[in-house]
Every structure is written in C-alpha cells, then in structure tokens.
Design a protein around this ligand. Structure first.
Ligand code: R5P
Length: 310
C-alpha cells in the first residue's frame, strides 16, 4: 500500500499516513512556468495498491488537474490498483441539468477521473448519493454522521438539543445524525412565493427553547446556514450551532458566520483551513484522518468499509 499526496490538502494526507504508519510516497507535483501541472513519482509503484489523496477544493480546476495527471502517472507506472481518495468532491453540486443547455459537470468529472486511471474512488458525504452511479468503478462514500454524533454527545451534554436540516434536500443527512443521537428533527423550508420576492424561511417543528444544531454537507457562501440560524432564533430557539462536512467557505463566508447568530460552526478538515478559519472564534475543525485511514486500510485488506458505519 502506498499513499501519494497531491497539493490541495497535505496536512490531511500527512495525518492519514501517520495513522497508517506509512511514509508518503516521494513525488514531485509542481508547475511549469506557464502553470501546467507536472508530476513525477520518485518511487517504484509497479504492482502496488496506491491511494492518491486530493480534495478538489479551491482552486478546483487546478486541483482536479493535479489529481488527473497524478492518476495518469501512476497508471503508466504500472500500479496494480489506484484509488482516488477525494475527501471533498468538487463539482458535486452540478449533478443534474439545471436548465436547458446546461452541463452535468459532476458526471464529466467522474468520467475524467475514471479515464485518467482510477480503479476506485473513496470520498465523503457526496452532495448527492447518486453521483456514485456516475462512475462505473466502485465508489465508497464515507459519512461524517458518526463523527458528528460523537462530538455533539460530548460537547452538548445536558443541553436540550434538536437537529435541524437547513433545507428539504438535506433531511436524509440530518435525520442520520438525529437517529444516532435519538433526538428530535426540525426542517427549514425555504420558499420564494414569487420571483423578486424575498425568500421566506418556514421552520417545521417546535424549536422554542431548544439548542438547535443545523447539519449540512457544504458551507460555501454561508448564506444557507446563517439565514437558517437566524430563522431558528426568530422562532424561539435558545441557540443555533452548525455541523458541516465540507468548509468551502468562499468569499466573505467566514466574516458572515462570525457576525451571525451561529454559536459555533464545526467543519471537518476535508478542505484545509485558511488562516481566517483558524482564527475565527465561532469555527472549529474536526479531523477525518482516522476515518479515512481506516477506510483505506479496509480497502487495501479487501474488508468491509460499510461496516465502519454500523
Ligand atoms: C445545498 O444543497 C448544499 O447542501 C448547501 O446547503 C449549499 O451548498 C450551501 O451553500 P451556501 O453556504 O453558499 O449557502
């Protein structure tokens, strides 16, 4: 088993390698003067079971290209099996035609990863589970729900918690956490009655006096979660906290969260923390390194990955 780290999330790759007690494979993944990606694997990989770790987060296109070219280098280096470990799978939100003459970019990215030489994919909290079907190679989709549930149990002990889905599309994910914690679930239903009229947030469930925890897969601009937290407080919630798997946090998201009613936002390290995230007082990170490492060990040993979530 060998682990190759691309550049998007070296701290996570190093933590995974440390958990598995393996060194990272020596490789150079760098840019030519015109910013073309160049990859050179400095160790023999012939016949090896190789895992390439790369989140396709910002800058998404550069990171995707690094992944593709690394996969190609490993295939041409005669690796026996190559697993693309993509903790954050960028382009996942473009999973259907959103209108006439629009692409399904998540499918295109799946084709590219397969064509480049991946034999399997390991990812986490895919925005839409059906993206697994965009690949004709095995995909293991890990869940942050057990990690979140354990953390919530420790951190919110003695508080009257309620799990909240910030939109109707996220109910399944939020219910997974609520079921593990054996607690109530509320749903925020966002509705725009007419074009040009501002969105109304209806909270389904009685959140009065409850410590609400919003659960989502992605925080990007932060709009969904900040508006959700404000709606919960307006509806009488005692507090609003957030658990999100992928902290995309574009533009002014960190500042928006800092000035929102969000008591604490917990994200994972599927995407590395920027300096702004590190110093933010109401954002913290949980690591997925042990979970990823264990899944990789099981893939390598040909043992069950799904039983990790039993
Ligand atoms: C949407 O379906 C996703 O689950 C997230 O709620 C969304 O991507 C968050 O985006 P933003 O933070 O920009 O509101």
């Amino acid at each position: 088993m060998k682990i190759v780290a691309c550049n998007s999330n070296r701290p996570l790759a190093e933590a995974v390698a440390a958990k598995l007690n393996l060194p990272l494979t020596r490789a150079a993944i760098r840019r030519f003067a015109d910013m073309e990606v160049f990859v050179e694997i400095h160790e023999n990989v012939r016949g090896e079971d190789v895992f390439v770790i790369q989140s396709t987060c910002y800058p998404a296109n550069d990171n995707l290209m690094e992944l593709l070219i690394t996969l190609d280098a490993l295939r041409r280096g005669s690796a026996r099996r190559v697993t693309a470990v993509v903790p954050y799978f960028g382009y996942a939100r473009q999973d259907r035609k959103s209108g006439p003459r629009t692409p399904i970019s998540a499918k295109l990215v799946a084709n590219l990863i397969t064509e480049a030489g991946a034999n399997r994919v390991l990812t986490m909290d895919l925005h839409a589970g059906q993206i697994q079907g965009f690949f004709d190679i095995p995909v293991d989709n890990l869940f942050a729900a057990p990690l979140f549930s354990r953390d919530i149990q420790e951190r919110y002990r003695g508080r009257d918690i309620m799990i909240v889905s910030p939109d109707v599309g996220g109910v399944l994910r939020a219910r997974g956490v609520a079921a593990r914690l054996n607690c109530d679930l509320a749903i925020i239903d966002k509705r725009r009655e007419r074009a040009g009229v501002s969105e109304v947030m209806n909270v389904i469930g009685d959140v009065r006096g409850r410590d609400c925890i919003l659960v989502d897969d992605i925080v990007d601009s932060g709009g969904t979660l900040c508006n959700g937290a404000a709606a919960l407080i307006e509806n009488g919630a005692r507090s609003a906290s957030v658990y999100v798997t992928h902290g995309v946090l574009s533009g002014g998201a960190v500042a928006r969260i800092a000035s929102s009613p969000v008591e604490m936002m917990t994200i994972t390290d599927s995407i590395p923390a920027t300096e702004a995230v590190r110093v933010a007082e109401n954002i913290r990170q949980l690591t997925i390194a042990p979970l990823l490492a264990e899944a990789m060990r099981r893939i390598s040993d040909e043992s069950s990955v799904s039983s990790l979530f039993d």
